[in-house]
Each structure stands twice: as structure tokens, then as C-alpha cells.
Design a protein around this ligand. Structure first.
Ligand SMILES: NC(=O)C1=CN([C@@H]2O[C@H](COP(=O)(O)OP(=O)(O)OC[C@H]3O[C@@H](n4cnc5c(N)ncnc54)[C@H](O)[C@@H]3O)[C@@H](O)[C@H]2O)C=CC1
Ligand SMILES: O=C(O)[C@@H]1CCC=N1
Length: 272
């Protein structure tokens, strides 16, 4: 980003905080180009000292004249926030909403300007280690250049994929919430390692690296997961006995229901 461009991060929370720290670390924005807000003064003072940036509770002042605005508040707060900052946004400003559930149309309407440029994004927390995935969908008045800028911003924390808005709740259930599901699976794998006699730290490392390695295999070979699974499964060996237990436990059905429920909940959150 050129040094005279400014970003406002409104609602500096867990997810937007991860994004902001990556922008700083990678030099996408310098501290002087950033203004952020939170709900409470005390938190603003703490974060300003920690991050070395301007943090306040004043959304209007933070957004005034900003080139990029990242909305990081809860789904039910997005429209009010958009309405609050609308009068001070320059016409060219690119608004990025990371809220689950809240659709583009109500955000665009709340911004009120003639052709507001809004991109809806669903990042995930592995962004913290540069291994995030962010799904993006373009608002009604987003140019190709603005979409490319949004992608560039989220590519500082991992991969991006552009989807139609109708897929955003499904994305939320799978990759937005997904890290939490994987951590539970990973924790269970580590517990299993402890159960078969491994020290906990080694069990956790084995579980994490195995999960990471299997994911990398899918991404880099492009092979179907079932083909990769068959590679591991020696006839009459130990893996197939483990698979029998996994299937008896209904792991597929449970995971499908898990993502389906999270996606359904994503539809409800904003109430629109
Ligand atoms: N946590 C995650 O893994 C992900 C979260 N999201 C989305 O990010 C958004 C925030 O979620 P989290 O970061 O988890 O929650 P959070 O509670 O950590 O962040 C919300 C932030 O908004 C601030 N805030 C509240 N009202 C405000 C106001 N009127 N003006 C300025 N700031 C205000 C709060 O002080 C808080 O720092 C949600 O919309 C969620 O759907 C999206 C993808 C992943
Ligand atoms: O739990 C939530 O609602 C947010 C959206 C996706 C991940 N965290």
C-alpha cells in the first residue's frame, strides 16, 4: 500500500487483531497509516501501547478519510457501525466486512452512499501463522481492482478464494469455524497418544504434525483424500483396524452434522 493510504480497523478484536498484526509485521501498512477502535477506553489505551498504533473508541474519527475500512465487530453490530461512519467515508473507500452472517446488501444500504464498495470476507484464525484461508465475495459495486486489493490484503495471512455470496454461510461453517473443530480432533489424537503411552508433549507434536502433513498432501498433490488414505492402509495391517473403529464411531456423520449446524447458525446470527 502506498504510504499515504490509510486503513481503519473498527472493532479491533480477536480476528481483526490477528489481521492487523500481520499487516504490521509484513509492512503492508505502517503504524502511522492505521487507526483502530474498540468498545472501551481502557482497552484502547492498552492496545495502543501494545501495538504502537492509534486505538480509540471513536469510529467516526478513525474512519474519516480512510482508504480501507475493516469492520471487525459482531454480526449484529455491523449495520449500525456502517451507518455511523457513512458520513465521513470518502467515495473511493473500500469497506471490508469480516462478520459472519451479515449480508452485503444491508451493509451497502447502511453506508448510504451511491455506490459503496464493500467486500465480505470470512478469514480464519490460522491467519496468525500465515496459514489462513479467507473466502471473499464482492459487493455490487466492486471493481476488479478493488477485489484484487481485497485479495492482496488477505493474502498477507494465507490463501484466498472468491465465492458467490450464497456460499458464505457454508464457508463460515467449514473454514471460519473449522479451526475449532480441528483443534478438538487434534486434542483427542494427542489424548489417544497419551493413552497408548506417549509423553503428552510428544503426542501433541505428533498429532499436530500429522494433521499438518496430511493437509499439505491434499493441497500439494491434488490427490483425492481417499487415495491418500489407501496409500497408508497396508492390507491386513494396523491402519485398517484403526479405520474400522473410526467408522464405527461415526466420524464422517458427526463432522458433516457439525459443519452443517455451524453453517445453519451462521445464517441466523445477524438476524437478516
Ligand atoms: N474469531 C474468529 O475466528 C472469526 C471471527 N469472525 C468475525 O469477526 C467478528 C469479531 O469476532 P471476534 O474477533 O471473535 O470477536 P471479538 O469480541 O474479539 O471482537 C469484537 C471487537 O469489537 C469491539 N467493539 C464492540 N462494539 C464496538 C463499537 N461500537 N465500536 C468499536 N468497536 C466495538 C470490541 O471491543 C471487540 O474488540 C465477528 O463478526 C465474527 O463473525 C470472522 C472469522 C473468524
Ligand atoms: O464463531 C463465530 O461466530 C465466528 C465466525 C467464524 C468463526 N468464529
Amino acid at each position: 500500500m502506498s504510504s499515504n493510504q490509510r486503513i481503519a480497523v473498527l472493532g479491533l478484536g480477536k480476528m481483526s487483531g490477528i489481521l492487523l498484526q500481520a499487516f504490521l509485521k509484513q509492512g503492508l501498512f505502517q503504524p502511522a497509516q492505521i487507526a483502530a477502535t474498540v468498545a472501551h477506553e481502557e482497552r484502547a489505551t492498552t492496545l495502543a501501547a501494545q501495538l504502537g498504533i492509534n486505538v480509540s473508541t471513536n469510529n467516526v474519527e478513525a474512519a474519516r478519510g480512510a482508504d480501507v475500512v475493516l469492520l471487525g465487530v459482531k454480526p449484529t453490530q455491523i449495520e449500525d457501525l456502517a451507518r455511523e461512519i457513512a458520513p465521513v467515508l470518502p467515495p473511493h473507500a473500500l469497506v471490508l466486512s469480516i462478520a459472519a452472517s451479515t449480508k452485503l446488501a444491508p451493509i451497502e444500504k447502511a453506508l448510504g452512499t451511491e455506490k459503496p464498495a464493500v467486500v465480505r470476507a470470512m478469514p480464519n484464525t490460522p491467519a496468525k501463522v500465515g496459514a489462513g484461508i479467507t473466502a471473499l465475495c464482492r459487493g455490487h459495486w466492486i471493481s476488479d481492482e478493488q477485489l484484487a486489493l481485497a485479495e492482496k490484503i488477505f493474502q498477507t495471512v494465507g490463501r484466498t478464494v472468491v465465492v458467490d455470496e450464497k456460499h458464505m454461510d457454508a464457508v463460515t461453517g467449514l473454514s471460519g469455524s473449522g479451526p475449532a473443530f480441528i483443534y478438538i480432533i487434534l486434542e483427542a489424537l494427542a489424548e489417544a497418544g497419551v493413552n497408548v503411552g506417549l509423553p503428552r508433549d510428544i503426542a501433541t507434536m505428533l498429532a499436530a504434525q500429522t494433521t499438518f502433513g496430511a493437509a499439505k498432501m491434499v493441497l500439494e498433490t491434488g490427490a483425492h483424500p481417499a487415495v491418500l488414505k489407501d496409500e497408508v492402509t497396508t492390507p491386513a495391517g494396523c491402519t485398517v483396524d484403526g479405520i474400522m473403529e473410526l467408522e464405527a464411531g461415526g466420524v464422517r456423520h458427526t463432522l458433516i452434522k457439525t459443519v452443517k449446524r455451524a453453517a445453519e447458525r451462521a445464517k441466523e446470527l445477524a438476524g437478516n
